[in-house]
Design a protein around this ligand. Structure first.
Ligand code: SAM
Ligand code: CA
Length: 219
């Protein structure tokens, strides 16, 4: 027995998928529709989507933020887990990618829960704060440009209610965070990881799931 997280080789990873994934047909179809996209590697894994859906249900979340939509798999996973009057404020600077996913949001019957907000996400979040939405959100998923992560985190922390959860993606960055930074993205993720470790405003867990998923619960 090891007290360290297992390294998953292809066989064990396939075992995890075969023995746990319960996708809605629209989720499988959206993954297929994204697979041939040159940036398909940006999409979260199905086991991560299912884990986030479980968190949403455990929390009884109703209002959520998504920073970085791409073709909409994570938004779809969260929306499916929300109650019928739940809401995802889905922010992306690029309108072309979410258009690929919208038919699958419709197919799953959750399009009415997803408000797509196009534009730089920092500005969108500032607008929501200015509109008085401080403390209104139960859950946030941060998965856009890495150099802006600290800005997204600070804004999500204000928009979240006490007890709300902020999930931050790619915090292990293919392992590059453990070596001297050679890119602004790596440096930004390293600085945020250091800051979160000492941040007394949150409870913290850095999960070695997929590319690293940090969970920050607002105290
Ligand atoms: N969560 C998505 C999924 O599950 O498929 C993947 C998101 S992908 C890693 C990052 C997204 O962030 C891209 O769609 C990109 O257009 C968007 N993005 C990059 N810079 C942004 C910005 N300044 N504001 C909002 N979105 C941005
Ligand atoms: Ca990601």
């Amino acid at each position: 027995m090891s007290n360290r997280t297992l390294k998953l080789d292809d066989t064990l990873y396939q075992y995890v998928l075969d023995h746990s994934i319960r996708e809605h047909p629209a989720q499988s179809a959206l993954r297929q529709a994204t697979a041939s996209h040159p940036l398909a590697g940006m999409q979260i894994s199905p086991e991560q989507g299912q884990f986030m859906a479980l968190l949403i249900k455990l929390m009884g979340a109703r209002r959520t933020l998504e920073i970085g939509v791409f073709t909409g798999y994570s938004a779809l996973s969260v929306a499916l887990a929300l109650p019928d009057d739940g809401h995802v404020l889905a922010c992306d600077v690029n309108g072309e990618y979410p258009r690929i996913g919208q038919p699958y949001w419709e197919q799953a019957g959750v399009a009415h829960k997803i408000e797509l907000c196009l534009g730089p996400a920092l500005a969108t979040l500032d607008q929501r704060l200015a509109a008085g939405e401080t403390g209104l959100y139960d859950f946030a998923f941060i998965d856009a440009d890495k150099v802006s992560y600290d800005g997204y985190y600070e804004r999500c922390l204000r928009l979240a209610r006490s007890g709300g959860l902020i999930a931050i993606d790619n915090t292990l960055w293919s392992g590059q965070v453990a070596a001297p930074a050679t890119t602004p993205d790596t440096a930004s993720l390293q600085a945020l990881n250091v800051k979160l470790h000492a941040d007394e405003r949150i409870d913290l867990s850095l999960l070695p799931l997929s590319d690293g998923l940090t969970l920050a619960r607002k105290r």
